[in-house]
Design a protein around this ligand. Structure first.
Ligand SMILES: [Mn+2]
Length: 402
């Protein structure tokens, strides 16, 4: 690319190709009233039923063109388990979507007070396994590939948990779960350093998730939630290592300032997200293969409008992916080889500084999408309609903690 800030024809094509391939999954829980530990500010337009969450996700996909799937939480979206599968599939199809990753819930029920797969009680560990197996069955019936696991397991005080025993129980549980996957299913293992546990967390970092995934079986991969790292951790290095190991299964996207803040992707540090997208693009260029990665948004907005914040997130992801597509990987590789530091770094900085908005508008026009998805949403009347329909109903204050 040129460093003038203009997007030339070749670059325009690269942006178009990158956007054509971008699929970013929306979380059903991002459209409902969800809470912080301290309080919850209710939105009259928030979705209550699974059908409403899917309808809202359908709006975001219709306007952005990048979100054909919706992630589902078993406990919140399919409370009757397999009996809810038919209706969820029907509603998704009606809104132009397909069900995406299936997320078991191993942290909300009272039984999980001291953990799920790491619980000292064999009965609770069995219960966690049974719930995950049922979730895998739900995924099969919905045609969803990924079973996405986040375990809140951990302890709050030194000496209160047998860390090695819990590791062993996790290995046993995850292997047993892997054994009940269909051949085309994947098990994604997410990690998080702390919260809700504040002394030790059983899957605290990418290395632990990698070990568990390797031991579970060949269909297990690591899921990187961008908010689940210590301050200043080099996330793109983790991404590069997992790519190199063939173990990067997916992302949960959000941004953070302090901890797992669930802020809008790129709102605090867009260069961080850009560097992640760049490492993936660079890997794909170098290997000549597509990285098989599930991109999922994991954000629950308590203050911003829920649909608007998702549109904002997706358009931000489109912009950052477009910028990453502008890095001239061949020239970068040769600068790296020559240890030409400033030149190498400048390839990233130039791409990041490039104004990709005209190229993205061209792509949208070619796809028959609105040139400005946010403006189209605000003009479209959907929010006013659902606010009228949903306000004041019983259940609109229903609790979920995402
Ligand atoms: Mn997550």
């Amino acid at each position: 690319m040129r460093s003038s800030g203009d997007v030339d024809v070749n670059a325009l094509e690269r942006v178009g190709q990158a956007l054509d391939r971008l699929r970013i999954e929306l979380p059903s829980w991002g459209f409902a009233n969800t809470g912080t530990r301290f309080g919850k500010y209710l939105q009259p337009a928030a979705a209550v039923t699974t059908a409403e969450k899917i309808a809202d996700a359908g709006q975001v996909h219709a306007l952005t063109g990048s979100c054909p799937t919706v992630a589902l939480h078993v406990l919140w979206d399919l409370p009757r388990g397999l009996d809810d599968v038919g209706e969820v599939a029907r509603v998704a199809q009606a809104h132009g979507l397909t069900p995406g990753s299936i997320n078991p819930n191993l942290f909300q029920d009272q039984e999980y007070k001291h953990g799920s797969f790491g619980n000292p009680s064999a009965a609770v560990r069995e219960r966690a396994l049974a719930h995950c197996r049922q979730s895998a069955a739900i995924a099969r019936h919905l045609g969803s590939r990924d079973l996405s696991l986040w375990c809140a397991d951990g302890s709050n005080y030194p000496g209160t948990a047998n860390i090695r025993a819990r590791k062993r129980w996790f290995e046993e549980g995850l292997s047993a779960l892997h054994g009940s996957l269909a051949p085309d299913q994947r098990l994604l293992v997410e990690y998080k350093p702390f919260e809700p546990a504040f002394y030790h967390t059983d899957i605290a970092d990418w290395g632990m998730a990698l070990l568990f995934a390797r031991r579970a079986g060949p269909q297990a991969r690591v899921l990187v939630d961008t908010g689940h790292h210590y301050q200043a951790q080099n996330i793109e290095q983790i991404v590069a290592w997992l790519l190199s190991e063939g173990m990067l299964g997916g992302f949960h996207f959000n941004d953070r300032r302090y901890a797992d803040d669930d802020l809008t992707l790129g709102s605090i540090d867009p260069y961080q997200a850009f560097r992640i997208f760049h490492e993936i693009a660079f890997f794909e260029w170098e290997s000549g293969s597509r990285a098989d990665i599930a991109y999922v948004i994991d954000q629950s907005h308590n203050l911003k409008g829920k649909i608007e914040s998702m549109i904002q997130t997706v358009t931000q992801a489109q912009a950052l992916v477009a910028k990453a597509a502008l890095v001239d990987c061949e020239a970068l590789a040769s600068a790296q080889k020559a240890a030409d530091l400033v030149r190498a770094e400048t390839f990233l900085q130039d791409a990041f500084a490039c104004d990709v908005r005209p190229a993205i508008r061209e792509w949208r026009a070619a796809k028959g999408l609105p040139l400005d998805p946010m403006d189209a949403f605000r003009q479209g009347g959907y929010l006013e309609r659902v606010t009228r329909e949903r306000a004041g109903r019983p259940g609109s204050d229903a609790s979920a903690y995402a």
